[in-house]
Design a protein around this ligand. Structure first.
Ligand SMILES: [Zn+2]
Length: 229
């Protein structure tokens, strides 16, 4: 039977081990390699089946090059989402990126989209398809453009840059995308998204931005009907 002093020593040793383990874990956390990736466009035309059609047989036998392009990498970052995707994009007509967002929605990822009211109505815009799939899309009601182009994956990874989400930009323009997981920067973009999400909440749209003085004009309109819910 160990004496009291031996128990004390054992206790101290266990405490020291626990402390060093915690220190080791903290060190590992601190040493986690930050995500800092830069993608430049235009991207070469490559096969995106591995990312967008995982149900198809591999290896793919299509004629397109099976190499990594900036588009493949961008798709993979987006498709890494497990919980949430906040998307704030000026124009959205890329079929590839639309397919990726629809895939995430199908997988149960919570997708929210903010876009520009003028550009969501242009020919080729994919916003209607997102809405038809059940994704909630909010848009600005300003005279200025909602010109952001960023996405936040799982509230941890920020994807942002000059790239409009259009095939023209992806395959024709000189563009850049930055992918980072810096918590301070990611949080700033989440805050901006949440701010705009509330600002563009259709339930609180201010249809009379000049104040209450503007509504009597409408009420004098013979076509105006006041509804009482
Ligand atoms: Zn292929």
């Amino acid at each position: 039977m160990p004496r009291a002093s031996s128990w004390k020593l054992l206790g101290l040793a266990a405490f020291a081990v626990a402390l060093s383990l915690e220190g080791f874990v903290q060190l590992l956390r601190r040493r986690r390699k930050p995500l800092r990736e830069v993608l430049f466009f235009p991207a070469g035309i490559t096969c995106t089946d591995a990312e967008l059609h995982p149900e198809r047989p591999v290896p793919c036998t299509c004629k397109l090059p099976h190499v990594d392009s900036s588009l493949n990498r961008l798709l993979r970052h987006l498709l890494s989402a497990q919980q949430s995707l906040e998307l704030c994009v000026f124009s959205f007509s890329s079929l590839h990126l639309c397919r990726a967002v629809l895939l995430l929605h199908e997988r149960g990822v919570r997708v929210r989209v903010i876009t520009d009211s003028d550009y969501m109505a242009v020919t080729g815009s994919q916003i209607g398809w997102l809405r038809k799939a059940g994704i909630i899309v909010r848009h600005d009601q300003d005279t200025g453009y909602m010109h952001h182009k960023f996405a936040v994956v799982d509230k941890k990874i920020l994807i942002t840059g000059s790239l409009n989400w259009t095939s023209q930009a992806i395959q024709g323009n000189k563009e850049n995308i930055l992918v980072v997981d810096d918590t301070v920067i990611v949080q700033a973009f989440i805050d901006e998204f949440e701010k705009l999400w509330e600002l563009y909440n259709p339930a609180t749209f201010d249809f009379f931005p000049n104040g209450k003085n503007s509504s009597p004009t409408l009420k004098n309109d013979p076509g105006y009907v006041q509804y009482h819910p």
